[in-house]
Design a protein around this ligand. Structure first.
Ligand code: SF4
Length: 609
């Protein structure tokens, strides 16, 4: 138990919704969420398919602890072939949607084919129907889509995952949004949904989730909360949110600034967490308005914010005058220092538009930063920007860019390509701060050598969530010993990402804390060793998918800028990312050939042969 043993297969071409038993043999090897979704994707599609073709599939998948009372047990993943990267894509989201999907009795929903007209999927427990979205929600924003579905079905507790204009317009970094401001954010999973003409998945669940040993599960989850709730990590996430990281990367010299020309931002005080908590003169309020927690979460790291009513970005726009999802570190770095923008209100507005229109703020901000560099080099002119100065630091240009990209209009269509395709189009591929086509999150890899390796070997392109070398990176700027830290954390995170729990908990919980909760909830013996092996299996399966899609060791690399131009300040001053020193050791630890392919022995050991 903890799995319902049931998935829903939705064929949009045929217009059918068909329940199927979940493959419980695969559950034993891949657990749920990221692992199980990847296994289904690997078995069901050709890795070489065009991600935006009907042959790609889109998998919404929960973990065994999703929908339970385990703290943070509300996560779900969207697994597909990503249109930004061409790799396997797995985007993980919180909010309330995942818990509701599980409570409706589904472990997984597989979307395949392409609808002849825009539709949305309505799930009420085991009743599933495809309903017409044309003339109703197609063309609407994420926020209006959620409101309209709740109103039509007369139920404010329906939970909705949907796309906005970015997904409909096939932006390569479109998100799938749920609960207004939570996102399956990276790699363009929203564009896959848009390509299938699926506007939303709406769900209402009342069946609950059965666990294997209810008494033990309650005891164990209570015990784990006694570790999590008083921990310094929870206090930090809850008190300051992820935004606290900006002062850390600034001090360390790993805050990507001006499209990675710099590693520290001279105007940090205008955009950091302290600024978010500073009361404005105009309305006597601070941008920060309070916290928001995902399903069953006892941390509540999400930030709510209010934009200055006098700010140029929202003048005359009542819809942005209330409290909305606020800046998180990754969005703030991207629309702030990466673009050289020091206007926290403009950054909050741009981030809110990313939520409203469903686009990944990390990729959006980093793409705007690349466009700003292209503008400063003369490769992009006022012809593209409709007369605007698009130089670094221009807050008005950032806000305009968010508006046109979110609605896929004019130059926004170019910005929606992502940094790699944009920079190639305008003749400067070297300005794209990407790995495998995905834009950097908020860590310059020159002062963080472990992160450099983590970016280069991440199976979904540059990512800060698939490896966790942070602690060591902030202490030592050296490539020594990073391969093992990165490899071990990648496997560990792959297991957590498959459980239904949030990876932020790993700042307080250790591997046995996850194993104990899974073991109490699920049939079978779930030990730490089994989970770590399962994580390694998942990482290798993702790699097999990518290798079959055409990726090789040559793609495990970083932009020339961080490989050849030393950092100008901070702890990494004088350093470049020393990838060549780390990759051979990493491949060896993984049991991969020097060409980056898992050996037969490795595949056999992990049950992948
Ligand atoms: S820690 Fe933050 S992101 Fe994770 S489940 Fe809780 S509120 Fe959501």
């Amino acid at each position: 138990m903890a799995w319902h043993g049931k998935l829903l297969r939705v064929n949009l071409t045929k217009g059918t919704c068909t329940p199927e038993p979940l493959n419980m043999e695969w559950v034993k090897l891949y657990l749920g969420q990221r692992g199980l979704g990847t296994k289904y994707l690997y078995e069901e599609i050709d890795p070489k398919v065009d991600p935006l073709s009907p042959d790609n599939k889109l998998i919404f998948v929960t973990g065994p602890l999703t929908g339970t009372c385990a703290s943070t047990g509300g996560r779900y993943s969207v697994v597909t072939k990503g249109p930004l990267t061409g790799t396997v894509a797995c985007s993980n989201s919180g909010g309330q949607f995942g818990g509701e999907l599980k409570q409706a009795g589904w472990d997984m929903v597989i979307i395949e084919g392409k609808s002849a007209k825009p539709v949305y999927l309505m799930l009420v427990d085991d009743k599933a129907e495809l309903l017409d979205a044309e003339g109703f929600i197609w063309g609407e924003t994420v926020w209006d889509t959620e409101d309209a579905i709740k109103k039509r079905h007369q139920d404010p507790l329906i939970r909705i995952a949907s796309i906005g204009g970015a997904g409909e317009g096939l932006s390569r970094y479109a998100c799938i949004m749920n609960d207004r401001d939570r996102a399956a954010g990276r790699s363009g999973v929203g564009a896959v949904m848009g390509s299938k003409l699926l506007k939303a998945v709406a769900v209402r669940g009342t069946t609950g989730v059965a666990v294997n040993d209810p008494k033990r599960f309650l005891d164990v989850t209570r015990e784990k909360r006694k570790i999590l709730d008083p921990s310094p990590a929870r206090a930090r996430y809850s008190g300051l949110g992820t935004m606290a990281m900006m002062d850390v990367t600034q001090a360390h010299g790993s805050l990507p600034t001006l499209n990675c020309r710099e590693v520290q931002f001279e105007h940090i005080a205008d955009v950091n967490v302290k600024k978010q908590h500073t009361v404005r003169k105009s309305d006597g309020e601070a941008p920060y308005q309070g916290n928001k927690a995902c399903f069953a979460c006892s941390i509540g790291c999400g930030r709510m914010a209010k934009i200055d009513p006098d700010h140029f970005s929202i003048k005359g726009k009542a819809r942005y005058s209330g409290v909305t999802g606020g800046l998180e570190y990754e969005s703030a770095y991207a629309v702030g220092p990466m673009c050289g923008v020091q206007d926290v209100e403009a950054a909050t507005y741009a981030s809110a538009l990313c939520n409203e229109h469903g686009m990944d703020p990390i990729s959006f901000g980093a793409t705007v930063a690349a466009a700003m560099e292209l503008f400063m080099e003369g490769a992009i002119t006022t012809e593209q920007t409709e007369g605007r100065d698009f130089s670094f630091g221009n807050a008005e240009a950032l806000c305009w860019a968010a508006e046109v990209t979110g609605t896929a209009q004019g130059f926004g269509k170019d910005l929606g390509l992502g940094a790699k395709r944009l920079c190639e189009k305008y003749g400067h591929p070297e300005f794209a701060m990407v790995v495998k086509g995905q834009e950097f999150p908020g860590y310059d890899p020159r002062a963080m050598q472990g992160m450099a390796l983590g970016y280069a070997t991440s199976n979904r392109g540059a990512c800060h969530l698939k490896a966790a070398p942070f602690q060591d990176d902030f202490q030592r700027v050296t490539p020594d010993g990073k391969a093992k830290i990165v490899k071990d954390s990648q496997d560990y995170i792959a297991a957590i990402d498959s459980s239904g729990l949030c990876t932020f908990t790993k700042a307080a919980w250790q591997a046995p804390d996850y194993a104990d909760q899974i073991d109490a909830a699920c049939e079978g013996d779930w030990t730490v060793e089994r989970l770590l092996e399962l994580g390694e299996r998942i990482y290798n399966l993702e790699r097999l998918f990518n290798n079959a899609a055409g990726f090789t060791a040559k793609d495990d690399t970083l932009p020339k800028r961080v490989l050849t131009e030393p950092a100008k300040g901070g702890a990494g001053k004088g350093h470049v990312a020393e990838l060549a020193k780390m990759l051979p050791e990493y491949y060896e630890l993984r049991g991969w050939t020097p060409d980056g392919e898992p050996t037969t022995q490795t595949l056999s050991r992990l049950g992948l042969a």
